[in-house]
Design a protein around this ligand. Structure first.
Ligand code: GUN
Ligand code: ZN
Length: 430
């Protein structure tokens, strides 16, 4: 059966950092899909003429966007959101790690996993790269919950063997065995993929990083993700722990962990050498602007990343971040760049690109999701302003699509994610 969604349709099929005029919009548009795949995009009358038998959904109130892509979010941390007044290392020690240790309880882990995937969808996120739990069972629960709701997810069991809570520590042997089982069970199953996930090199011995390397060698299509250059104290500690390393990135690079399938979260304080190496390796960054502000890490040097051609997408970084909304992350990226002496002047097209296609490209899914190009998965969100809200007033009086997107990102809290389609199937949001 062919379905057509009718409404205001907006997407960024190209990269606005490289080309002008990359926003494509249809004010009375039609998006047709069949068997989970987009088959046509255009004006509603044209698309209907091609598929006169299609079932039409009237979505004319609000706007249809591609599903949002979160390149960095932590499954165990939903309940940490809002813990004010900390910097990274004391935030981890006092607020975050004690909660993560509770995920050894499988019942709690299952509850948190269901809650987590539901909250992603309710915020319009249809694809995510997720930091799992330190526990194998909890991470298996996460994969199960994502599969149940149809979320496209790359995730892995987080590993650490020093400097955290002892309850979260593994050994290289144990980590290898547990991850191997998860890879066999979940990697490549439906829309699930596995990412090797050392928490950060601060909490990983060389032997554990070697295990990560071995897993990637044994399964070259795995993903890799971790943290880097987030906080100055963290960076100093890593330098002490790895006296041979030229810089933070080198602690991963030495073990073959910097490549096209690697996503490093934050990179707020990179050196030139690190940016050069990231570009050369085609590795990518998860830019987490609300977290960078909330835990006081600093302002992301976007201009330097662009200058070096280092790819980046947006990450909510819940619970260091302030919520699951990638629209909010777009606004936070915009605001932070306005504050920065050397900030990039972002436009609404940049924000939409960062929240959708850029994230897809960072995750190696640029041919699969992130825009409405025919052949891609029909991952679609329908946003509607709340009745009587500022956003609704704006939507009624806006003249250009740029203005509409600008208000949407600025007033995101007043936009309801009304419906979400995952591969053409409507998701349950409650
Ligand atoms: N570095 C190591 N662990 C974490 C985490 O949970 N959140 C953030 N923001 N940074 C980290
Ligand atoms: Zn993080």
């Amino acid at each position: 059966m062919t379905v057509i969604l009718r409404g205001l349709i907006v997407h960024t099929p190209k990269n606005p950092f490289q080309e002008a005029q990359t926003l494509e919009a249809f004010s009375d548009g039609g998006l047709a899909f069949r068997a989970g795949q987009i088959i046509a995009l255009g004006s509603f009358s044209e698309v209907l003429a091609r598929f006169p038998e299609a079932q039409v959904h009237d979505c004319r109130e609000g706007v249809l966007l591609p599903g949002l892509v979160d390149t960095h979010v932590h499954y165990p941390q939903t309940r940490v959101i809002g813990a004010m007044g900390y910097s990274l290392l004391d935030w981890l020690e006092q607020r975050t790690l004690p909660l993560e240790a509770r995920l050894s309880d499988n019942r709690l882990a299952r509850e948190l996993a269901r809650e987590f995937v539901r909250l992603l969808l309710r915020n319009g996120t249809t694809t995510a790269l997720v930091f799992g739990s330190h526990f194998q069972g909890a991470t298996a629960n996460l994969f199960g919950a994502a599969e149940d709701v149809g979320l496209r997810m790359i995730a892995g069991q987080v590993c650490s063997d020093r400097m955290l809570l002892p309850a979260l520590h593994t050994t290289p042997e144990q980590s290898y065995a547990e991850q191997k089982m998860l890879i066999q069970r979940f990697h490549g199953r439906g829309k699930l993929r596995y990412a090797v996930t050392p928490r950060f090199s601060l909490s990983a011995s060389e032997a554990l990083l070697e295990v990560c390397q071995t897993l990637l060698q044994e399964h070259p299509d795995l993903h890799f993700t971790t943290h880097i250059n987030e906080n100055l104290e963290e960076i100093r500690t890593v330098a002490e722990l790895f006296p041979w390393a030229q810089n933070y990135l080198h602690t991963y690079d030495r073990f073959g962990l910097v490549g096209e399938r690697s996503v490093f979260a934050h990179n707020v304080h990179p050196s030139e050498l690190e940016l050069l190496r990231l570009a050369e390796a085609r590795a990518a960054i998860a830019h987490c602007p609300s977290s960078n502000a909330f835990i006081g890490s600093g302002i992301f040097p976007m201009k330097r990343h662009l200058g070096h051609g280092v790819r980046f997408g947006l990450g909510s970084d819940v619970g260091g971040g302030t919520g699951f909304s990638l629209l909010k992350e777009g606004l936070m990226a915009y605001l932070a760049q306005r504050y920065a002496p050397d900030g990039v002047r972002l436009t609404p097209a940049h924000l939409l690109y960062l929240a959708t296609l850029a994230g897809a490209e960072v995750l190696g899914l640029g041919e699969v999701v992130g825009s409405f190009s025919p052949g891609k998965a029909a991952d679609v969100i329908w946003l509607k302003p709340q009745p009587g809200s500022t956003l609704e007033v704006h939507f009624r009086h806006l003249e250009t699509v740029e203005d509409l997107l600008g208000s949407l990102f600025t007033l995101h809290g007043e936009a309801q994610v009304h419906k979400v389609w995952l591969e053409g199937r409507e998701a349950l949001l409650d």
